[in-house]
Design a binder for this molecule. Sequence first.
Ligand code: GLA
Length: 541
Amino acid sequence: MSAQEAIPIYTNLTDLYASLGTSLNHAERWANLAEEFEKRFGRKPEYIVRAPGRVNLIEHIDYALFGVLPAAIERDILIACAPTTPLADATPHAPGSVFAENLHPKYTRQEFAPAPKAKPSNVDDDVHVEGWHLDIPQQLRWENYVKAGYYGVLENYFTGSEVHPVPVDLLVTGSVPAGSGLSSSAAMVVASTLAFLAINGKLEGTTDKITKGELVKMSMENEKRVGVNSGGMDQAASVMSVPSSVLYITFYPSLTASPTPLPGGAVLVCAHSLKVSDKALTAKKGYNLRVVETLVGARVLARTLGIPVGAREKITLREVVGKLTAETDVGAGGKGMDVPALMDVLQKMAAAVEQLKPSGSADPDFGATMEEMIAMSGLSAEEFHEVYMSWVEVDATHFRLYKRAKHVCSEALRVLKFRKLCLDTAVAGADPAAGNLVALKELGRLMNESQTSCADDFECSCEELDLLTQLARDAGAYGSRLTGAGWGGCTVSLVPEDEVDSFIKKISETYPPYKGLVGDALSEVIFATRPSTGACVYKFD
Ligand code: GLA
C-alpha cells in the first residue's frame, strides 16, 4: 500500500514522469535548474527533489478526518541541492548551515544555521523537548517554508545525535502559483523536507527508510510551523499521487491512498480567480476558524446524540459517525467501516445535524456566541479554552457550528459518490461517447453541488469564485468549483477534453480580470492539467 512505500529515487526523467511525452515537456526546466545550480555554487547538484502542487475535487473535510479526493498537478516545486563545499582555506561551515537561493530574481539569497538546544537538566529523558533552534517567522516568505521542512528533519533525525547535519547549498524553483489554492505551500514544505532528508543520507541505504506515509506526517507537522493547522490532504496528495488518477485519501482510522481513475473524455482545468488568498494570512477569520467550528460542532453533535466524549478529547465528525454505528477495527492500521456502511450513515446525518441549531439564536445563520457555544459543549469555560482555543487564534463573534457540520457531512457523502461513480465507470469500461458522458455529467453535478455548499454553508467562497465557476459552467464545463482553502485562489472545472481550447478562450473573454491576457500571461492563470505523479527524488550520477 502506498503509505508504506519508500520515496522513489530516479536517475532518468522518463521513469520519473512515467511518460516520455511528459518528461520531454519538462526536461528543459530540469536542465536549466541543474546548470544554474552549477553556475551559482560551482559544482553540480547531487539531487533534485520534486514535489507537485495539487488540485482538490472536494473541500474542507480532511481536518474532520473524512476521506478526500485530490490529484497532484504537473506544476511543482523543484529543489536542486548538494553539500556545501568547504571554504577555500578549508574552514568548515557551521554544522547544518544552509545557503539557499531561488531562481526567481525577486527572491534574495538566504543563509541560516540551526543551533542545537541543550536539554534542561530537570527534564526527564522520556519527556520530549524541542532539540533545535531555528527562527521561523510566521511570514509568507519562501525561505520560511524551506526552514519549516528543515526543522522537522533536525528534530526527527538530529536531536541528541552525535552526527551533525550536513551544510547544504539549495536552489529552488517553482511553477505552482502562490496563494492560488493549489498548495504551493505544501509543495514547498514537502520538497524542502525531502531535500534535507536526501542530502543527509536519510533516503538511501538505511534499513528504515522513511515511507511516503511518514513523509506526509512529517510535512504536516512542518507546515504547522508556518502557522496553518492544515488537515493533511495537501501533503498526502503531493507525496502519494499517481499519474492519471485522483487519489482517494483516508485519514481515519489510518492514512491510506487509493488511486481512482477519472473517466476518459475530460480534463481538469484550473483557473485562478486572481483574488490572492493566503490561508496563513487570513487564518484567524478563515481557515483556522473553520477548523475550530468544525471540531466544536463535532463535540456538540456527539453530546446531542448521547455519545460520551472525554473533557480533553477533540473528537472529529468522522469519529462521531463511527461511534454512532459502533464502528470496529479503528486501532492503528485499522480499516474501520466499509464504504457502503459509511455512505449509509452519512445519508442519515442531515437530520442529526439539524440539532446543532442553537435554540433562540439571534443570528440568522444559526451562529452561536462564544458563551452559547461553551454552554453547548458541556465544558467549563476554562476547559473549553484549553481544548479548543489554546492552540489556535481565531477572530469571530459568532460560530456557525450547524452550517459547518452540514457542509462537512454532505461533502463527505459527495466524495464517496464521486469515487463510486469513477470506479463503476472504470469497471464498466464505458465508451466515451455514451457511458462516460453520463458519468462525467453526474461528476460535474456533484462538483457544482459542492460549490454551492462551500459558498452557502461553509462560507469559504467569494464573489470572484462564484462568478468564475458560473462562467465555467456557461462555457461548457460539466462542473466547476473552488479548489483549496477558498476565499480566493483557483477554481477547478471538469471540461470535455476536445473543448479545452475553446473553453479557455471563452473564459478569457468573459472573466473580467482576464481581459487583455494572452500567451504565457494567460496560461499562467488558466491551464489544463492531468493528474500527475507524486513527490520524488532525482539523483545525479
Ligand atoms: C487547505 C488545507 C487542506 C484542506 C483544504 C480545504 O488547502 O491545507 O488541508 O483543509 O484547505 O479542503
